[in-house]
Design a protein around this ligand. Structure first.
Ligand code: SF4
Length: 329
C-alpha cells in the first residue's frame, strides 16, 4: 500500500498584527498510508490543528505556508490554484472535519440544506433530490437514520451531530479523512460511536485513510495503526500504535501517556503524572530540542544547542531525541 498524502519539510506560520511569526508547524515530514488510521497526538496548542488545516489545504490568513510540500498523487497540492483544489482535491481527495464542526451547522436550517450546499458546490448540475438521495443512501449504509436530514441541528445530540458532519464530509468519497478532535466534546459512549463510525467508513472502503487528531494519546489505542506525537510545532516520534503506547521512546510521549486520568491496562505508567512546566511560546520557541526546558532527561550543552535528528530505533518507529543513537544515545 502506498502513501496517500506526504508532508515534506512543511513549515506553516501565523503572522500576528505586530508582524511576529508563530511557528505552529515547523519542519514536519509525515506520510499518510493507504488503509491506515494515523493518530496525531499532543497537548493543546502544539500545532496539530494547524497541521491538519495545511494537510487539507484549508489555509486561511493569518496562517500561511512558509515552505515544504504536501504531495497527493504525486502532485504538490500547495502549488495548485484554487479552482483545481476545489475541483479535484477538497472533499474529493482530502476532506476535513474541523474541530468543533458539529457546532458550525446553521441552527436555523435543516441538515438537508447543508448537504445540498455541499454537493451542489462540487456538482452544480446535480438536482436537490439527487443530492438528498445520495445522502440518504450514505446515511443508511452507515446505520444513521435518514430522517436526520429533516432535523435542525438543535434536535440532535452532540454525538449524533458529530456523526452527521462526519458522514456529510464523506459524501464525495474522499481518500483521506482528517478528523480534528472529533471526540473531545463528547461523553465516553458518544466517543466510542464516533470512532466506530470512522472505522466503519474505512472498512466499507468509503474512505481509504483516517488522520485522527487528539490530545488524548491513549484513546488512539482502540483504533489507530500508527501514531505521530507532536510537540511545539514539531513531530517528535512516529511509530506503530502498540510501540508508541506501550514502549514510547521520547520523554514527552512518556509524559503524555502518564498524564492521562485513566491509564489503560498494559501501559507502562499506572501513575498520573503532570507534565512539568508549560508549552513554549511558539513566537520564540526554545533553541535545540524544543522540549528541553521541560524534559526530565535534559542533557546540558547538547539538548539546548542542537536539534536532535530523527533516528530509527525500532521497526517503523522513529524518534527525535539525543537519548537514542549517535554519540549521546
Ligand atoms: Fe529530552 Fe534532550 Fe531528548 Fe529533548 S533531546 S527530549 S531535551 S533528552
Amino acid at each position: 500500500m502506498g502513501n496517500l498524502l506526504t508532508a515534506i519539510d512543511l513549515r506553516a506560520y501565523y503572522k500576528t498584527v505586530q508582524g511576529e511569526e508563530i511557528k505552529a508547524v515547523d519542519e514536519v515530514s509525515l506520510e499518510v498510508r493507504e488503509g491506515e488510521v494515523l493518530g496525531i497526538a499532543g497537548e493543546s496548542g502544539c500545532g496539530k490543528s494547524t497541521l491538519a488545516s495545511v494537510l487539507a489545504f484549508t489555509v486561511i490568513p493569518p496562517l500561511y505556508v512558509v515552505s515544504g510540500e504536501v504531495r497527493a498523487n504525486g502532485t504538490n497540492i500547495l502549488t495548485l490554484d484554487k479552482e483545481t483544489l476545489r475541483r479535484e482535491i477538497k472533499g474529493k481527495y482530502i476532506s476535513i472535519v474541523p474541530q468543533g464542526a458539529m457546532n458550525s451547522l446553521n441552527p436555523t436550517s435543516r441538515i438537508k440544506n447543508f448537504v445540498i450546499d455541499v454537493l451542489k458546490e462540487h456538482f452544480p448540475e446535480m438536482s436537490k433530490e439527487e443530492a438528498l438521495q445520495r445522502a440518504r443512501e450514505r446515511f443508511e449504509a452507515l446505520s444513521l437514520p435518514p430522517r436526520i436530514l429533516d432535523a435542525y441541528p438543535h434536535q440532535l445530540s452532540g454525538g449524533m451531530k458529530q456523526r452527521t458532519v462526519t458522514v456529510i464530509s464523506t459524501l464525495l468519497n474522499p481518500k483521506v479523512l482528517i478528523a480534528d478532535e472529533p471526540t473531545s466534546a463528547l461523553d465516553v459512549s458518544s466517543q466510542k460511536i464516533v470512532i466506530k463510525l470512522l472505522v466503519e467508513l474505512l472498512r466499507k472502503q468509503i474512505i481509504k485513510s483516517v488522520v485522527f487528531i487528539t490530545h488524548e494519546l491513549p484513546l488512539l489505542r482502540h483504533f489507530a495503526n500508527r501514531i505521530a506525537v507532536m510537540y511545539a510545532g514539531k513531530i517528535v516520534e512516529v511509530g506503530p500504535m502498540e510501540s508508541i503506547i506501550f514502549e514510547p521512546l521520547h520523554p514527552y510521549s512518556k509524559l503524555l501517556i502518564s498524564s492521562v486520568l485513566v491509564p489503560e491496562s498494559g501501559m507502562k505508567s499506572k501513575r498520573i503524572e503532570a507534565i512539568p512546566g508549560v508549552p513554549p511560546n511558539l513566537k520564540d520557541p526554545p533553541t535545540g530540542c524544543r522540549f528541553h526546558p521541560r524534559c526530565p532527561s535534559y542533557i546540558e550543552g547538547i539538548c539546548n544547542t542542537s536539534v536532535p535528528p530523527f533516528i530509527t530505533v525500532k521497526s517503523d518507529h522513529i524518534v527525535s531525541c539525543f537519548l537514542y543513537g549517535g554519540e549521546h544515545g
